[in-house]
Design a protein around this ligand. Sequence first.
Ligand code: FES
Length: 120
Amino acid sequence: MATWDLEGTKHHILICNGSTCTQHNADAVTQSIREAIRARNADATVHTTRTRCNGRCDDACVVIVYPQATWYGRMDCVDAQTFVAHVLDQRVMHTNATFVWGADGFAQTARAAPTGCKKT
Ligand code: FES
C-alpha cells in the first residue's frame, strides 16, 4: 500500500467503488478522472481515493469533492476532463451536483435522486 505525502494537496476526490456504483461504471469513472488529473499535471494537488458505499446508491456512480464539500451523482455519463476542470477551479459542476454545502449544512439539488431515508 502507498503512503502519500499530502502536503500541498488542495482537492480530495472520493470515488465510490461500492457494489452499486461499481455496477454503474465506477472503475471507468475512477480511471477517467485519474487520467484527466494526469493530463492536467495536477497529481501533486489532487488526491483521489476509491471508497466503499457512501450511502447514496440511487445516485450511482457517486463522487465527492473536498474541501468544496460537493457530492455528485450519475458520474458515468460525465466528461472527466470537464469535471476535473471544475474541481481545479473550485466550481460546482451543476449538471451532476447532488448535494452542495451551505450555511445549514448539505442542501440537496434537483439532480439528486429522491430524498432517501432520513437519519434519526
Ligand atoms: S455503492 Fe456508491 S453510494 Fe452506495
